[in-house]
Every structure is written in C-alpha cells, then in structure tokens.
Design a protein around this ligand. Structure first.
Ligand code: GLU
Length: 503
C-alpha cells in the first residue's frame, strides 16, 4: 500500500504572501487533489523577530479568495495541530536532545562577539568563515569540553545553541521529483543551528520535526530551499525517520532581463506581485484582487509558471488543472512572469462571466458617475454584453460604454471631418425615419434605416458615420443599431438634433 499523500504549504508570516508563494501553495493543492490527498497549511512563525501582524490572516484570505483553502489548518480539522509553530514550542527541545544523545548534534557556546571576530579575521584573509567540520573542534563547543562542564554551563544559564554535526566526506545523491538526482558534498555544508537557549527551534529543526509529525509525504517548495535539502535529508536520517519526497519548483523570473521577480519589478512596470492588497504605514502594495483580476485568472497564469500539460492548451479551470497536473512535468528552469499575458488571461475569464455578474460589478461604477437617468439592471446587463469583448477588466467598462449613459459633449475632431454640408439635411431625414419606427429593436431599426438608404440611393458612409458620431462622439463602440436600441428613440433623436446644432 502506498502512503497517503499529505502535502503542506508552510509560509512564514513575515508580510504579504508573494505571488511565488501562492504558486507553491497552488502546486501543493493540485498535487494533493490529483492524488486524493490532503493539503494542509502550517504557519512557520518560530522567528518572532520577523513576525508581522496580519500576515497570517492575509495568507488565509488569499488562499480562500483563490479557492485553494487548505483541508487542515488552524481552526479547521486540527488532526495534527497545533498548526502554528509558536504553539508547538514545547515539542522541539526533546528532538534537539535526541540528536545530542545520538551524537548528531552538539552544544556551541560561542558568543556573538566571538563569531564576529572569526568572521572578520577570515575576511581579512579573503576567506569566508563557515562553522563546520574543519573548525568545530577548535571552537567553543561541547565537542571539546567535558560532559560535566557542558552540563554546568547550561545549568548556570550560559547562552548556547545546538548545532547539527554534519557528517564528513560524504557525497549525497538525492532525488528531486523535478530535478532528478542532485548531488551534495557534506564537507561543504555548515553545521546549522537547530535550537537556541531561548527555547526556540530554528526553521530547519521545526520544519523537519513537523513534517514528520504531521505525516508529510511530499515537500513541494520553491527552488530557494534546494540548498537546505541535504541538511533536511541528513536530519531525517539522524532521527531514523523516513524522509518525504522532495520537489523544488523553478524560480519565477522578471518579465525582462534575468533574476527573480521582485516587488520592485512590479512597482516599476505597474503590476501587482501580491494576490491581495497589503496596507502598511509606509504605503499600499497593490493586489491582483483589487486590480480587478478574477481568481480564475490568477490560478490559471500561476499554474503555467513552470508547468504545462504537454499540449498548447493555455486555459485551465481549477478542476481541469487538478485533472491534468503532474509534478514530473514541472520545468527545472525559471519561468518568466508575463504581466501582459496575465491581462489576456483576465480577458478570457471576463468574457466567460455571466453578463449579470458583470453588470453587478459595473453598477457601483455607474452609480459614481453623473448619468442622465436611472438605468435598469437589465439595461446594464445589455450594455455589458455589448462591450465585454473589448475589456480586460470591469474597470475599463466605463470608458468603453460612457456614451450609453451620457450624451457626448464634444466630438472627435478627426471624425468630425465626415460631417459634410449635406449631412444636416440627411440627419433630419433620418430623424423622421426613426420617429416612424414603433418596434424599436436593433434588427428592426437596422432594416428600416437601411431600406430607406437603399431606396433613396444614399451611400452607407454618408449616414452611418455622422449617425455614430452624433450618438457616441467618436467613431468607436459596438454595433450602431445595438446602441440605438439601448439608448432609445427619444435620446437617439435628441442626440442627432444636438449634433446638428453643434457640428
Ligand atoms: N517557512 C518556509 C518558508 O517561508 C518553508 C519552506 C519549506 O517549505 O520548507 O517558505
């Protein structure tokens, strides 16, 4: 029997969740759902100096908005709880002690000043100070003092840390689901701190202990954690626990140039790098939600950052992603972030929305404008249907449809050149034709107006362009007779009359 799939998203609440973190959560979610497994959220807040109030709530809200909430977390199916590491504080010491007892870890008493001095001294010689096998027996550690002395120092309250005693002279051949075999030389690793005398574990110890206790089957996380993989695997070995499988996701790269996508790139090019807006005393960082992106859009473009299904298919719903997702198809090389393409995705999801849903979103914008009369919900729905093909965001609707709500007050200069000497007379005639129409619907109006033009041998352009100019103020917008139907007979005639006097 294969072990059940249990994967986790384990962010540190140090600020708003970066879009790269959201992708990590998404890939974990997809992998869990694809394999009938469990996706849980664990908050890694052992570093209290970096704790930011509100960050945890932000993470939960972002996942919920995207529709990828965890199956287990704080306050939800707490089978393996607590899910906040600061509340598991009492658990970790015993595991650090186990490593001491088995000779896989040691106490180090070096003061911050002493370590600084070592660093400086190395720098002066053009070297980097690494705390590991080649010097750990020359430093202030339990490896060189007696057990009794170690016990005395701890009892007297001297500050210490517990460091991992990295094995020497080993080449680790590790398996990563995405990268295949990855090799590490243990001699190049440093003896990482696992536990501090203030009673707090470091990330490495807490992460391994919790992944084990919470029965994590696969660790899926960003490439920046690949260098930690040898230590993590060695820790599992030292505890005598079976390690989970590992998959390190490729970096998300800037839209142009090389390097990791940063908040600065977003600010420079005007796109968010956070799912939701994040406000601090220093200012506001924009979010995809507030910019008018649909959660479906964000899910879709994130899924394609480093993964595809092997075909040209680009549009995937969450359900389709679950169906198609395969960790072994995730790429090794970095994935370029493409903000323009993201807008294209939003357009795709915008046109798929129900017109009523879009009208509901548009209504407050209309309300904030000075419109000539009250528009019914069904009128708004009609208008939205006519313009949505041209929009990426609901926020663009007003610009695309303002002429439905307010008569033009000026006319596009270039287009006004189409207003000729004979135009006013033709427009007067057009008014008489319109006045006679009782079934004032787009197709009917079109038929009647076109019949009139044909019968009188009036060229299309001669009527249609000035007609549009009168209603819209420019030569833009959806099908003219659709506009005529929506704004209605009286308003249409009023606008033509106004154009005759103004142009
Ligand atoms: N707390 C780590 C982070 O902030 C978790 C890394 C991991 O998944 O092991 O991303």
């Amino acid at each position: 029997m294969s072990i059940p799939v249990r994967v986790r998203f384990a962010p540190s609440p140090t600020g708003p969740l970066h879009i790269g973190g959201v992708r990590t959560a998404l890939f974990n979610y997809l992998f869990a759902k694809k394999n009938g497994g469990t996706f849980y959220l664990r908050i890694e807040d052992t570093d209290q100096t970096r704790f930011v109030p509100g960050a945890e709530e932000y993470i939960m809200e972002a996942l919920e908005w995207l529709g990828i909430s965890p199956d287990e977390t704080i306050g939800k199916n707490e089978k393996f709880g607590p899910y906040r590491q600061s509340e598991r504080k009492h658990l970790y010491k015993q595991y650090a002690d186990l490593l001491i007892d088995s000779g896989n870890a040691y106490y180090a008493f070096d003061t911050a000043e002493a370590l600084d001095a070592h660093r400086k001294q190395h720098e002066e010689q053009g070297k980097t100070f690494i705390y590991n096998h080649h010097n750990r027996e020359k430093l202030d550690t339990s490896l060189v003092i007696s057990e009794e002395e170690t016990a005395n120092r701890i009892a007297s309250g001297q500050d210490y840390v517990i460091r991992f005693k990295t094995p020497v002279n080993e080449t680790l051949h590790l398996q990563d689901i995405i990268r295949g075999e990855v090799k590490f030389e243990t001699n190049l690793l440093d003896d990482k701190v696992l536990f501090k005398s203030d009673g707090m574990p470091t990330y490495h110890l807490a992460n391994i202990v919790d992944d084990h206790l919470m029965e994590t089957s696969h660790v899926i996380r960003g490439e920046e954690w690949l260098p930690s993989m040898p230590l993590h695997v060695l820790l599992y070995r030292a505890f005598g626990w079976e390690a989970p499988e590992f998959a390190h996701l490729p970096l998300i790269l800037k839209p142009v140039g090389n390097g990791k996508l940063s908040k600065r790139d977003g600010d420079k090019m005007g796109f968010p790098v956070f799912p939701l807006e994040w406000k601090t005393a220093e200012g506001v960082s924009s979010g995809y939600r507030e910019k008018g992106f649909f959660p479906e859009t964000v899910i879709n473009f994130l899924a394609l950052l480093g993964w595809n299904d092997g075909t040209e298919k680009e549009l995937f719903s969450l359900e389709e992603l679950i169906e198609a997702f395969d960790l072994t198809r995730v790429h090794k090389s970095g994935a370029k972030f493409d903000p323009e393409k993201n807008k294209w995705f939003n357009h795709q999801y915008l046109v798929k929305q129900k017109n009523k849903t879009l009208a509901k979103a548009f209504a407050p914008i209309i309300e904030s404008k000075n419109v000539s009369r009250d528009f019914t919900f069904s009128e708004m729905t009609k208008i939205v249907a006519l313009i949505k093909d041209r929009a990426h965001f609901v926020s663009e609707f007003w610009e695309l449809s303002d002429f439905f709500f307010v008569a033009p007050t000026s006319y596009d200069e270039k287009a006004s050149k189409n207003w000729k000497e004979e135009t006013p007379a033709l427009m007067e005639e057009l008014i008489s034709v319109l006045e006679e129409i009782s079934d004032f619907t787009s197709v009917n109006i079109e038929t009647i107006v076109k019949d009139w033009m044909t019968k009188n041998e009036i060229g299309m352009g001669k009527v249609m362009q000035p007609f549009r100019l009168s209603l819209v103020g420019a030569l833009k917008g959806p099908h003219l007779f659709d506009i005529v139907e929506v704004i209605g007979k009286d308003e249409t005639i009023r606008r033509i009359q106004k154009a005759i006097t103004l142009l």
